[in-house]
Design a protein around this ligand. Structure first.
Ligand code: ADP
Length: 402
């Protein structure tokens, strides 16, 4: 019997999923990617697109949205039907879920129980853009596969061992004690690229690394000997770098101004900071870096300029935390593909020990620093799905041993 591990990353208007085959003996399996797909809400339509492990499109279907069917359950049913038809003899042994916020207590992946679900529900206010959809994905999967173990994998977990100074806000102490802390996110991505760096360049991986996950969400992380020690993201996934639609670092006085002087409600401020700001808000054009790079609008170019400026500031700050750097890693849609952003981030960074190889950078090569550069710069495609699948299998194997 072939065994499958499914991963799900449920957002508000999309569910990304991946299908892996677990091969070998229980407890020592290897995972092979069979398919990666997405269900998207597109106006009145819903669309399922699936690629195989070699990135070739193998399936696409579109159907009309039905208000009667909640999105996540509907999406999962389509995924399930496709999987059953394609792999009639394979059995799903576990489903792994990306969960953005694990709070103070979830510092490692766990099997989802009713108690875990209650705890995750309590964390919704800390990640209102993500956590409710992550939970909806878990609930839909529980219903679809009632006998399959569901594993929650947290984006915050990789950062759990931050030193106090990197976790604290200078508020009265009781806030820290009750969990008002800098958690850090994109942990699954950082964990994956850290593991890849260990394979590609073990010497550098054991040193001082700054990783930049630059996608629709964007953050940076200081890593020493494979361990996260600081992150640009904070209590929520709003802080740090500007993102597709999120503002990034903001003087809290601005929020007070919006509420007191502009009479904006908390819901309006939430919407502004999460959905209308960042590259989209600054450019007035788009949240999509490709569109901004192709545009002649001064506002589009200024939005990119601000994005680059904040990354450079953060790089300097994280290098100071690490007392120097041995490597930089770029990942995420922008980090992996935009040579333009990388070139501008690394311009004039010789003082930090980085010299760019412009040709390698423009070719999106794996190593984009020059031979002379003291610190090495890597472009490493991230794979959060693979990380979730590995964690999921490990947790399920452990629970079988116990
Ligand atoms: P998410 O955080 O939703 O997973 P991604 O990691 O896929 O997002 O990143 C999406 C971002 O990557 C978008 O801003 C997109 O424009 C950008 N991107 C993808 N390909 C390129 C490219 N070739 N050049 C510049 N930006 C790109």
């Amino acid at each position: 019997m072939t065994r499958h591990v499914v991963t799900l990353n449920a957002g508000s208007s999309s569910i990304k999923f991946a299908l892996f085959e677990a091969m070998g003996k229980a407890g020592a399996e290897t995972l092979s990617a069979l398919a990666i797909g997405i269900v998207e809400m597109l106006g009145d339509e819903r669309r399922l697109t699936i690629h195989d492990g070699a990135h070739t499109k193998i399936h696409e279907e579109t159907w009309a949205e039905s208000a009667a069917t909640p999105f996540h359950a509907d999406a999962l049913r389509r995924i399930l039907t496709w999987r059953r038809a394609g792999f009639p003899r394979a059995q799903v042994i576990a489903a792994g879920h990306r969960v953005v916020h694990g709070g103070m207590h979830y510092v490692a992946p766990v099997i989802v129980t009713d108690e875990v679900l209650r705890d995750l529900q309590a964390l919704v206010p800390l990640a209102p853009l993500h956590e409710p959809h992550n939970i909806a994905g878990i609930l839909a999967a529980r219903e679809a596969w009632p006998h399959v173990r569901q594993v929650a994998c947290f984006d915050t977990a990789f950062h759990h061992a931050h030193p106090f100074v990197n976790d604290v806000f200078a508020l009265p102490r009781h806030f820290y004690d009750e969990g008002v802390r800098r958690y850090g996110f994109h942990g699954l991505s950082y964990e994956y690229v850290t593991g890849r760096l260990r394979e590609i360049a073990p010497f550098h991986a054991a040193g001082r690394v700054v990783a930049a996950h630059l996608g629709n969400g964007a953050s940076m992380c200081a890593i020493r000997d494979g361990q996260s020690v600081a992150s640009s993201m904070g209590f929520t996934a709003l802080d740090g770098l500007p993102m597709g639609t999120r503002c990034g670092q903001l003087d809290p006085g601005v929020v007070l101004y919006l509420m007191q002087e502009k009479q904006m409600s908390a819901a309006q401020v939430t919407d502004l900071l999460y959905r209308e700001s960042g590259l989209k808000g600054l450019s007035g054009l788009s949240q999509d870096m490709r569109e901004l790079e192709a545009s002649d609008l001064p506002e589009a170019q200024q939005a990119i300029e601000y994005f680059v400026f904040r990354i450079r500031r953060e790089l300097g700050g994280l290098a100071a935390v690490l007392k120097g750097i041995d490597a930089i890693v770029f990942c995420g849609g922008i980090g992996e593909n935009s040579w333009h952003v990388r070139e501008r981030v690394l311009e004039g960074m010789e003082w930090i020990g980085v010299e760019l190889d412009r040709v390698a950078n423009r070719a999106n090569a794996q190593v984009i620093s020059s031979e002379r550069s003291r610190a090495r710069v890597f472009v490493i495609p991230t794979d959060e799905e693979a990380m979730i699948a590995r964690h999921t299998l490990a947790v399920v194997d452990q629970s079988a041993e116990a």
